[in-house]
Design a binder for this molecule. Structure first.
Ligand code: NCD
Length: 333
């Protein structure tokens, strides 16, 4: 005779628990792979939410908007700001993080696991995945396999959409407008993914663009052609002195050493630019110097005390923008 099975008392009374309410905002459940997904209306929405996030953090520090949600942070390339700000964003919204940010050499990637398998594993534990990877198109590959939203945190020299959003937000915060500005991009325009994404975003505004780089690091041809197709003049120079007097925004970037197969070519251009206090004397009183960071010599430390140096304020904006994005893709904002 078999013993009668006792029914176990239930751990949870789901009927008495609040539901995970979601709000549709056009981004809920979406991957964030490229700035091309953002029109001006969507940008205004994210920027409005980022303002609210700032207010919330300044007043109370944290909230429980994303309580019960898990973010997997998967970084195949080094990062300080992008990874830390996504983690801080999730913390401030009451969610949790699986951090694979200290080097994939400690994950099964070191055993030869493929990107699709790593993604299909992490999606079992998480509600959203942030990915940084050295290959152009890798975020799209991850999104093709993942059942949860994938956010591109940099795919090689391709795109870095969340950085471009925080860059644009910073311009608006610092100068009170975007239309009508003169923006100069300086540095490694060929390999810098932040330049590629920000240039694309700025094409939606009435801005005049200037590109300052050594000959070997000019903006990629596809992007140049896009500018021309959109009726913009491609104005290029090798010298910051040509643009500094008129620029409203000086967006400086480092030479991307890791993208060079021949390091002697890197050595030739690595010290191409340095923004110094002397150079800043030629700039307008109301302008901003920005940099996605890290800097490795392109902006002299003596410029940091200049009120026009906005790069650390830009860093902080990154957290608010990523809070707004996480809340949006998870249907909470
Ligand atoms: C940038 C990146 O990773 O593309 N950094 C960042 O995310 N803030 C810029 C760079 O590494 O030069």
């Amino acid at each position: 005779m078999t013993k009668p099975t006792k029914t176990l008392p239930r751990l949870f009374d789901f009927d008495k628990m609040p539901r995970r309410a979601t709000i549709s905002n056009g981004l809920t459940g979406q991957d964030i792979l490229s700035v091309k997904q953002f029109d001006r209306e969507r940008l205004a929405y994210i920027f409005g939410r980022a303002h609210e996030m700032r207010e919330m953090v300044e007043r109370v520090g944290a909230c429980d908007l994303l309580y019960g949600h898990v973010l997997a942070c998967l970084f195949y390339e080094p990062s300080t700001r992008t990874s830390a700000s996504f983690i801080a964003a999730m913390d401030r919204l009451g969610g949790r993080v699986i951090p694979i940010t200290q080097g994939v050499q400690f994950s099964s990637v070191a055993k030869g696991e493929s990107l699709p398998d790593t993604i299909r594993t992490l999606e079992q534990y998480s509600d959203v995945i942030v990915l940084r990877h050295p290959d152009i198109g890798s975020a799209q590959v991850a999104a093709d396999y993942a059942g949860v939203p994938v956010i591109n945190a940099g795919d090689g020299s391709g795109e870095h959409p969340t950085q471009a959003l925080l860059d644009l937000f910073t311009i608006q915060q610092e100068l009170g407008q975007i239309d009508g500005l003169k923006v100069a991009m300086v540095g490694d325009l060929l390999n810098g993914r932040t330049v590629h994404s920000l240039t694309q975003l700025l094409l939606q505004y009435d801005v005049s663009l200037r590109f300052v780089s050594p000959e070997s690091l000019r903006l990629p041809m596809v992007l140049m052609n896009e500018l021309i197709d959109r009726g913009r003049k491609v104005r290029e120079t090798h010298d910051v002195a040509d643009v500094i007097e008129n620029a409203d925004v000086l967006y400086v970037t480092r030479v991307q050493k890791e993208r060079f197969s021949d390091l002697s070519k890197y050595e030739e251009v690595k010290d191409a630019f340095e923004i110094t206090p002397e150079l800043m004397r030629q700039a307008k009183a109301k302008m901003v110097v920005m940099h996605p960071l890290p800097r490795v010599g392109e902006i002299h430390y003596a410029v940091d005390s200049d009120p026009r140096a906005a790069y650390f304020r830009q860093v902080k904006n990154g957290m608010y923008i990523r809070m707004a994005l996480l809340a949006a893709v998870l249907g909470k904002a």
